[in-house]
Design a protein around this ligand. Structure first.
Ligand SMILES: [Fe+2]
Length: 215
């Protein structure tokens, strides 16, 4: 059993490719299509700068929350098996099967309007599926966790975070790079700063199941 506070981790081989494909087919058929958009840039939030990338189209997604008719299916098939690995009972805020064409900037998963009063953000989960719709290309994408200690080197910035504002990234350090592999379950405390790697350097798009929770 895992305590998530301030932490991140990976559960390898959580699910196989065929099972994920079955999940994805159900998402594609029954869940609502929405667009993914770029998050507010940190430097902009802190310095009142003009944010040129905020709201930029990043891709499409098929989503579900607790009100959706497929929620009980989602809970039984996907959420309950995840819950077995974690000590705190958590609830679904929002989950989606995302097709990302551009990388998400560094951010925290902070959606207070989606959480019932008295509850808090819990973990976020990401299960890589494919890159360019091919599971063998997953290694091109990564989910990156940052520290707030300003230790990032130029090489780390260039390799993992160069889609972010360089001034803003001076405040961070590189903590973990979770290179994608189909079916692994990557998780982090929703308060942790994280983002995509700059995957357009090596591939065009990536597909994954992302789950946000509260407890
Ligand atoms: Fe996130």
């Amino acid at each position: 059993m895992t305590d998530i506070s301030g932490r991140s981790g990976i559960i390898e081989n959580f699910v196989d490719y065929k099972t994920m494909t079955d999940w994805k087919n159900i998402f594609d058929k029954h869940f609502d299509t929405q667009e993914l958009h770029q998050t507010k840039e940190l430097a902009v939030l802190k310095n009142n700068m003009k944010d040129e990338k905020f709201g930029e189209y990043l891709g499409t997604t098929k989503g579900i929350d607790k009100r959706h008719k497929g929620y009980l299916w989602f809970k039984r098939i996907i959420l309950d098996p995840i819950q077995k690995h974690f000590s705190t009972e958590f609830h679904l805020m929002y989950a989606h099967f995302a097709n990302s064409e551009k990388p998400l900037n560094i951010h925290q998963d902070y959606y207070p309007e989606r959480i019932p009063e008295g509850m808090s953000h819990y973990a976020s989960f990401l299960i890589p599926y494919t890159v360019e719709h091919d599971p063998s290309k997953c290694f091109n994408a990564a989910t990156v966790l940052f520290t707030e200690n300003g230790t990032m080197t130029q090489q780390e910035y260039d390799q993992y975070a160069s889609h972010n504002n360089p001034i803003c990234m001076q405040e961070f350090g590189l903590d973990k790079v979770y290179t994608w592999r189909t079916g692994d379950l990557i998780w982090w405390d929703a308060e942790r700063w994280h983002g995509s790697n700059n995957f357009p350097l090596t591939c065009k798009n990536k597909q994954s199941l992302v789950i946000h929770t509260y407890a």
